[in-house]
Ligand binder design. Structure first.
Ligand SMILES: C[S@@+](CC[C@H](N)C(=O)[O-])C[C@H]1O[C@@H](n2cnc3c(N)ncnc32)[C@H](O)[C@@H]1O
Length: 249
């Protein structure tokens, strides 16, 4: 049974796990986003510990990050000292400038669906770029993947991460295509594989909100079953899906 608390605020409890276990994003994705966007200030929504921030900051962009979780924000400020960190949710953020690029990595689904497109539009300068991306984390070997999915299913874990391809970009693309305030839609996909030893894989599971919100005893039981299945470790396939759009006018 899940304890009653907001899934979006559970990340800060696992900052170290998050930082060590979650994959980063491909250099090519950063290159493609910056090539698509006009020059100017950049806004990141839901920066977390800076998994995507680091790649953009390394390119020398003028970067402002919005992040509500205090522990995530502290880790982000330590990792990327050159970026401005605005503590709070994007819904409450009042931009002090118009941005040439707004990007969000693995976080746009946490922003109020009724307000996020208006907020993005208002934060962008004319022709400014919107870049939304999510990574899928999949255990490469299909037999092991379905055995792990069974464990999650039996314990009422609602996330499909690690077991099934989730399509978050499809919805964004559909909504952007029907919104005349945005134009020039584009999409890209980046795939890579990586070996995760058992410890890192369990840490990765522990960063997924649907597992974090389980009551502690149940979480330990689930992680125990997962550990028994993965043995020494697993080969992971990661895919980052990127949606690009531009503010029309
Ligand atoms: C899955 S993490 C992604 C973090 C980072 N971008 C990455 O790729 O690793 C989602 C992040 O969104 C933040 N978040 C949740 N709700 C938010 C909101 N309404 N506005 C801005 N950020 C939010 C969380 O605190 C968390 O850091």
């Amino acid at each position: 049974m899940a304890v009653d608390r907001e899934r979006s605020v559970v990340f800060g409890e696992a900052v170290e796990q998050y930082e060590s276990a979650r994959p980063g994003y491909p250099e090519q994705l950063v290159t493609d986003v910056l090539e698509y966007a006009p020059a100017g200030p950049v806004l990141e929504v839901g920066a977390g510990t800076g998994k995507a921030t680091a790649g953009f900051a390394a390119r020398g962009v003028d970067l402002t990050c919005v992040e509500p979780d205090a522990r995530m924000a502290a880790a982000l400020a330590a990792k990327c000292p050159g970026v401005r960190v605005e503590r709070g949710i994007f819904e409450d953020y009042v931009p002090d400038r118009r941005f040439a690029l707004l990007y969000s990595a693995q976080a746009w689904h946490w922003v109020d669906p009724d307000r996020r497109w208006d907020l993005a539009h208002a934060a962008l300068a004319p022709s400014g770029a919107l870049a939304l991306f999510w990574s899928h984390y999949l255990v490469t070997e299909t037999g092991l993947r379905s055995a792990l999915a069974d464990v999650a299913h039996r314990h009422g874990v609602t996330s499909h991460s690690l077991h099934q391809d989730e399509d978050r970009t499809g919805e964004s693309q559909h909504l952007l295509a029907g919104d005349p305030r945005f134009t020039d839609l584009d999409e890209r996909s980046y795939a890579w594989t990586q070996w995760y030893d058992a410890r890192r894989y369990l840490d990765l599971v522990g960063t997924i909100s649907a597992y974090r919100i389980l009551e502690p005893g149940l979480r330990e039981a689930v992680l125990g079953e997962v550990a028994a299945l993965v043995g020494d470790g697993v080969d992971m396939t990661f895919t980052a899906d990127l949606t690009l759009a531009r503010r029309a006018g």
